[in-house]
Design a binder for this molecule. Structure first.
Ligand code: MTE
Ligand code: MO
Length: 377
């Protein structure tokens, strides 16, 4: 009998209730709590999580080694202590506040949906990531001119689409050598948590999360286009399975609202009292492009422009890749209402009202809707 894991059948879209497999994934990969959008930096334990396989057990980070091989003049194996020493010696340590979002965020709101991690809207978070620019480590190896891409390999191992592999993603040389692509060993001034890539990961600001490879232990310089499972088998915008598609890269403009009022425990439906209600949330886009406008509306009323509160950058920590806070006040009247918010970035990209179709539910940046009941409770 053929092993069904190694010989997977064709996947089909789902509608209706979540499947057992989707709930299993959701229990492993937590989303953020939308009320933590109040914090400029997401509390570390409330940052969303997306792990394809199992979290590798790393007892001790001192002997964690990264090998750099392939199209390089000097192949190298360097441990984390040596990487930190190099950052100190070359004075290249760097911290960036980065909003990370999973490319599959919003997948569960696309109908019919793809059987995968069933994110509704909560796969986003912002952290202060500390490490050093990748390019300074690559300086030590001298990339050959034949090198066109770098493949980043994680230590996690599993099966997807019938293929046994370690999680691995590539970047084109020009993207990988960008000043802001970091090798990271701290998240919010603490060593990385095991589930966030301890002891070493990549952070690719402005890109959807899949590019930021965790448990990084190998960098492979190659002279061709990488076609690993996580590069070409998935993370491609496709209309259907026959579509060659377009690779998923940088984050699309998006905003979220902290759901106002108080929740009902099991349904999560929300109750507010009539009168003034503070609305607040966050908005972000990819590639370091700032947010130029956030609007919100109640039901089908006119869109109202909210006040933006961009984070203040410091010399030690630029904030161009971090989300922007927005606030406004709403005068709530009795009855059931649907609140929505939508952001526009400095390039004029606006969130659509309907999810853009993608067969696997990637890049869904449609406006969030929050249902509230207004009553004198
Ligand atoms: N090695 C490895 N790196 C990985 C992943 C993974 O499963 N394995 N998941 C990726 C995806 S899809 C996302 S969205 C981010 C999530 O990072 P976080 O769990 O720290 O929020 O990590 C990326 N890096
Ligand atoms: Mo992701």
């Amino acid at each position: 009998m053929q092993n069904p894991i190694l010989k997977p059948g064709k996947k089909n879209h789902l509608s209706g209730d979540f499947s057992h497999a989707e709930v299993t994934l959701a229990n492993r990969n937590n989303g953020t709590l939308l009320e933590t959008l109040n914090y400029d930096v997401t509390p570390t334990g409330a940052h969303y999580l997306l792990n394809h396989f199992d979290v590798p057990y790393v007892a001790d980070d001192t002997d964690w080694q990264v090998s750099i091989d392939g199209e390089v003049k000097h192949a190298l194996a360097i441990n984390l202590e040596q990487i930190k020493a190099l950052a100190t010696k070359t004075n290249t340590s760097k911290t960036l506040r980065v909003t990370l979002e999973c490319a599959g965020n919003g997948r569960a709101n696309v109908s019919p949906r793809w059987p995968s991690q069933p994110w509704q809207m909560e796969a986003v978070g912002t952290s202060d990531w500390h490490g050093m620019p990748l390019k300074h480590l690559l300086d030590q190896t001298a990339l050959l001119t034949s090198c066109t891409e770098l493949v980043f390999h994680g230590a996690d191992h599993g099966i997807d689409s019938g293929q046994v592999h370690n999680f691995a993603r590539s970047l084109k040389i020009a993207d990988a050598l960008h000043d802001d692509v970091l090798l990271v060993w701290q998240m919010n001034n603490q060593p990385l948590l095991p589930q966030h890539g301890f002891p070493l990961r990549l952070i690719v600001p402005g890109w959807y999360g899949m590019a930021s490879v965790k448990w990084l232990n190998r960098i492979e310089a190659i002279d061709h286009a990488f076609d690993g499972v996580q590069q070409t088998g998935t993370y491609v915008y496709r209309k259907d399975s026959d579509d060659a598609g377009i690779p998923v890269t940088t984050i699309r403009v998006k905003s979220l609202m902290v759901p106002p009022g108080i929740p009902d425990w099991s349904s999560r439906k929300r109750l507010i009292k009539p009168g003034p209600v503070v609305l607040t949330g966050r908005a972000w886009s990819g590639k370091g492009v700032p947010i130029s406008k956030v609007e919100w509306r109640c039901d089908d009323d006119q869109w109202q422009e909210a006040t933006l509160h961009p984070l203040k950058a410091t010399a030690a920590n630029e904030h161009s890749y971090a989300w922007c806070k927005w606030t406004d006040e709403w005068h709530a009247t009795s009855g059931k209402h649907i609140l929505s918010c939508r952001a526009t970035d400095a390039n004029g990209n606006v969130q659509p009202v309907e999810p853009p179709w993608d067969q696997a539910g990637f890049g869904n940046n449609a406006v969030q809707t929050v249902e509230v009941w207004c009553d004198n409770y």
